[in-house]
Design a protein around this ligand. Structure first.
Ligand code: ZN
Ligand code: ZN
Length: 345
């Protein structure tokens, strides 16, 4: 095995137009604990939240916690070495890693199966252990097996976009014929539409972009609505064409969209917010519920792999070589990626 690896390193936060990621040879990760596995990365999805982190938008919430980093937190690859105590996996099996690279496994959250809320969690791609490179190590508890039938480019986006979408849909308490609206049809939204359809919901896709609404339609959305910054006009249109929604899920990181989503649901309805943002208006007397959601647990990840395989969910991806990470992030920023870009080392 080589002693060095190619990595797209982030040493200084900045706009992606300035190409903040630099191709660098760094020491290859090595197994340092007996319960770790070493993975040769085959694909890494390019997530919108990573874009915010790289550009410095999320410094106030502590991301990234350190520099330099190797970004990338939707990682799939093949196990090339295992530690002495590893029992869950064998060499040559393929696995994936979510943004949850590790947690204490000993606190209240970890014991309740909400390890993604652990105060001592490690985030994939917010240290030198990230996906925009060739190798990564992880404790076996935080890797999930990828079945042989799933290509790595397909599976990688499931490890953040997929699990985020799945958990957000679950938070909206889906049931048959429930009217659920998905605000923002990108890497995450296009998966949410499919998870909500699996639950039998009546799904509406909402986006500014016709191109994204076409994707929504193709993936089974029952209705599509063009988002408009003219809130009154948008709400009028929804009411006239369809009626208010029972629940809405917001993936677009814009406060104005959250505000519109809250107003677009019936009294007593639920809005799930799966992004960083504020709640501009909230009227208690409408008995609405606003709920936050963040990635998901290790159990959720297993469910995502199972459901995606069984229902043959579509993951819309475009592949690019690792070295083009800056260019791909710029495309993502300019909404030129239909759903999910994947980097191949
Ligand atoms: Zn992500
Ligand atoms: Zn914990």
């Amino acid at each position: 095995m080589p002693e060095k690896m190619r990595a797209m390193i982030l040493s200084k936060l900045g706009p992606v137009e300035s190409k903040p990621l630099k191709l660098t040879q760094i020491d290859r990760h090595e197994i340092t604990k007996p319960n770790e596995i070493l993975i040769k990365i085959e694909a890494c999805g390019v997530c919108h939240s990573q874009l915010h982190s790289i550009e410095g938008d999320w410094e106030d919430i502590g991301l990234p916690p350190t520099l330099p980093t190797v970004p990338g937190h939707e990682v799939v690859g093949k196990i090339v070495e295992i530690g002495n105590d590893v029992t869950k996996f064998k060499v040559d099996e393929r696995v994936g890693i979510t943004p949850l690279l590790g947690s204490c496994l000993n606190c209240q959250y970890c014991n309740e199966g909400k390890e993604y809320l652990c105060e001592n969690m490690d985030v994939t791609g917010e240290s030198l252990r990230g996906g925009y490179t060739e190798y990564i190590t992880v404790e076996e508890e935080f890797a999930t097996k990828v079945p042989d039938t799933m290509r790595s480019e397909y599976a990688a986006p499931l490890f953040c976009a997929g699990i985020t979408a799945y958990k957000a849909v679950k938070a909206a308490e889906p049931k048959k014929n429930k009217k659920i609206a998905i605000f923002g049809i990108g890497g995450v939204g296009h998966m949410a539409i499919q998870f909500a359809k699996v639950e039998g919901c009546d799904v509406s896709g909402v986006s500014r972009k016709e191109k994204h609404l076409d994707v929504a339609k193709k993936l089974g959305a029952d209705n599509i609505f063009v988002y408009s910054s003219n809130q009154d006009q948008f709400l009028e249109n929804v009411k006239k064409e369809y009626g208010l929604f029972d629940a809405a899920i917001v993936f677009a990181p814009v406060d104005e969209v959250t505000d519109t989503a809250i107003k677009s649901i019936k009294k007593g309805g639920t809005v799930v917010i799966a992004t960083v943002g504020k709640i501009p208006n909230f009227l208690a007397f409408e008995e609405k519920t606003v709920r936050g959601t963040l990635i998901g647990s290790r159990k959720d990840m297993e469910d995502v792999i199972k459901i995606s395989g069984e229902h043959k969910l579509e993951v819309v991806t475009e592949s690019f070589p690792l070295e083009q990470a800056n260019e791909v992030l710029l495309k993502l920023k300019n909404s030129e990626i239909d759903a999910r870009a994947v980097l191949i080392p």
